[in-house]
Design a protein around this ligand. Structure first.
Ligand SMILES: NC(=O)c1ccc[n+]([C@@H]2O[C@H](COP(=O)([O-])OP(=O)(O)OC[C@H]3O[C@@H](n4cnc5c(N)ncnc54)[C@H](O)[C@@H]3O)[C@@H](O)[C@H]2O)c1
Length: 254
């Protein structure tokens, strides 16, 4: 397949977005659909609102209920995407798990659950899409870390450990797959107001403390992250790989 590295937009490209029923994942689907991509949503729960939002933009969308920590579910997801669209160009692996716990109170179960949702799911989904991307000679993989890995935020040892793992996988794999025109990059996300983070209005009280520490004094919106996702998914971004892009209004500056 002949690839034009400077092709504009994502017309006819197929993107799998995991964890897209709510939150950041929904904004990613809308943004990619605006660029012309066809979407495959993978989520534990029904993603009807995301589907409707994508269709309202004129996008084509397939929604699969799947647990991306389970090998059989991931196999079913990949097979369904290939059957419907015949290609997988982009993987946006958004699923992760966040909880706060002082290290000494952290249970082994919560530690393992965090690694399972953040890293094992990443392993399984990438392993599922890679053969198709290699065959096509094109792929864009976008993973999600957190700015807490730079900040050393307390009570998050399990989360920060897993999110550092995402960076490690991204860097190492980039070196293996670049020769196939497959890129993989990670975004270290700052506190973003989503349904989960804003449960009970909690984001606004946390933001009161965070905003003065940011270089840009406004809250991160899911659309801010979605713009970076769309940029990294473009064929024209094909020279950027193995990178960690911090999107948090400049809380972490390095
Ligand atoms: N929102 C933030 O402030 C923030 C900050 C830093 C990093 N992040 C990272 O960004 C990503 C998305 O965050 P968010 O706040 O939008 O998440 P969220 O918790 O709001 O949404 C996650 C989605 O994933 C789905 N999901 C959960 N487990 C799943 C599984 N096993 N299989 C399939 N789907 C599953 C949920 O149903 C939900 O729709 C995560 O990786 C998170 O760690 C978010």
């Amino acid at each position: 397949m002949q690839i034009n590295a400077f092709e504009r937009g994502l017309r006819d490209r197929v993107a799998i977005v995991t964890g897209a029923a709510i939150g950041n994942g929904r904004a990613f689907c809308e943004r990619l659909a605006e660029e012309g991509a066809r979407l495959v949503i993978a989520d534990l729960i029904e993603a009807r609102e995301t589907e409707e939002a994508v269709r309202a933009i004129g996008g084509d969308v397939l929604s699969i209920q799947a647990d991306v920590t389970k090998p059989d579910d991931v196999e079913r997801l990949i097979a369904a995407a290939m059957e419907r669209f015949g290609r997988i160009d982009i993987l946006v692996h958004n699923v992760g798990h966040y909880s706060e716990e002082p290290f000494e109170l952290l249970t082994f179960e919560e530690w393992k659950h965090t690694l399972d949702l953040t890293l094992n799911s990443l392993f399984l989904t990438i392993r599922g899409v890679l053969p198709h991307m290699k065959k096509a000679g094109f792929g864009r993989i976008i993973t999600f870390s957190s700015d807490t890995v730079w900040l050393g935020t307390p009570y998050l040892t399990h989360y920060v450990t897993a999110k550092m793992g995402v960076i490690g996988l991204t860097r190492s794999l980039a070196s293996e797959v670049g020769r196939y025109n497959i890129t993989i990059n990670t975004i270290t996300v700052g506190l973003t107001a989503t349904q989960r983070t804003n449960a009970g209005g909690s984001v606004s009280s946390i933001l009161e403390h965070i905003l003065p520490t940011q270089a840009v004094h406004r809250a991160d919106e899911p659309e801010d992250i979605a713009n970076v996702v769309a940029f990294l998914a473009l064929p024209a971004s094909g020279i950027i790989t193995g990178q960690t892009i911090n999107v948090d209004g400049g809380v972490a500056r390095h």
